[in-house]
Design a binder for this molecule. Structure first.
Ligand SMILES: Nc1ncnc2c1ncn2[C@@H]1O[C@H](COP(=O)(O)OP(=O)(O)OP(=O)(O)O)[C@@H](O)[C@H]1O
Ligand SMILES: [Mg+2]
Length: 231
């Protein structure tokens, strides 16, 4: 973090549909409930984050300004928006199949500008393998952006198997010599329907009160504490 600029956090993954947008929305609300001025920058043409922020406007909840921008303008806009808030969350889309060979420009811009990125992965071979594939990109980005920390978020894992999957992720990082590049989180954003129900309405699970959402709320709170400690 430089001067009074916001902490910039990105959700990045080479793998589509890994839970980036849903996690980022919950993280945004957790920080807003803690009294921080939170802004979202949506760099995905699918505009998942923008749609979520728009849906929020019909609720009596903390409103989170959301800007949408793609391409090379992402980097200067991150720097500009970071002057006006405490926390800037950048949502980055998954990789389109036809762009397999190239690093998406929005990913590159976010890696150059962020303080922290969260990479949601599950325990599956394909999920873990994205980390190996991202190794060079993250190492290179750290040379350009010395503040950058890359956290591995166990995501969409079975709630009953979180400990096991956290151990699997840790073992994978050790085995492939990736512990200096990625920092694993111990709490998960696991596969739970209440996250989806809340997100589909423009809310975070932290803003719901029903019994069904209790475990998801507790999980999100634990995850938020861990993230705050590491920030
Ligand atoms: N914690 C969760 N538990 C269960 N389902 C989830 C959870 N988080 C997200 N989902 C569902 O998984 C799908 C992908 O989630 P999301 O859009 O957050 O992923 P993404 O990584 O942002 O995707 P993209 O790469 O397309 O941007 C959605 O259908 C969403 O509702
Ligand atoms: Mg998304």
């Amino acid at each position: 973090m430089q001067g009074k600029d916001a902490v910039v956090i990105g959700a990045v993954s080479e793998k589509g549909g890994s839970g980036k947008s849903t996690f980022l929305a919950n993280l945004a609300v957790a920080h807003a409930l803690a009294g921080r001025r939170v802004t979202i920058l949506d760099t995905d043409t699918q505009e998942t984050a923008s749609d979520w922020a728009a849906l929020r406007q019909s609720w009596n909840v903390a409103q989170i300004p959301c800007y949408a921008r793609t391409g090379r303008e992402v980097y200067p806009l991150i720097r500009e928006l970071a002057e006006e808030c405490d926390l800037l969350l950048v949502d980055v889309g998954g990789r389109a199949e036809d762009r397999e060979k190239k690093v998406m420009i929005e990913v590159a811009m976010t890696l150059y500008a962020a303080d922290h990125i969260f990479i949601p992965v599950n325990h599956s071979g394909a999920g873990l393998w994205t980390l190996k594939k991202m190794e060079q990109l993250i190492a290179y980005s750290k040379q350009k952006n010395a503040r950058l920390k890359a956290f591995v978020l166990p995501a969409l894992v079975s709630p009953q198997l979180v400990e096991k999957d956290v151990a699997t992720i840790g073992a994978f990082l050790e085995e492939y010599g990736l512990t200096g590049v990625f920092e694993p989180l111990e709490n998960a954003f696991s596969f739970r329907r209440p996250y989806v129900h809340a997100h589909d309405q423009g809310l975070s699970v932290l803003e719901t009160t029903d019994r069904d959402g209790r475990k998801a709320r507790e999980e999100m709170e634990e995850l938020f504490y861990e993230i705050q400690e590491k920030m």
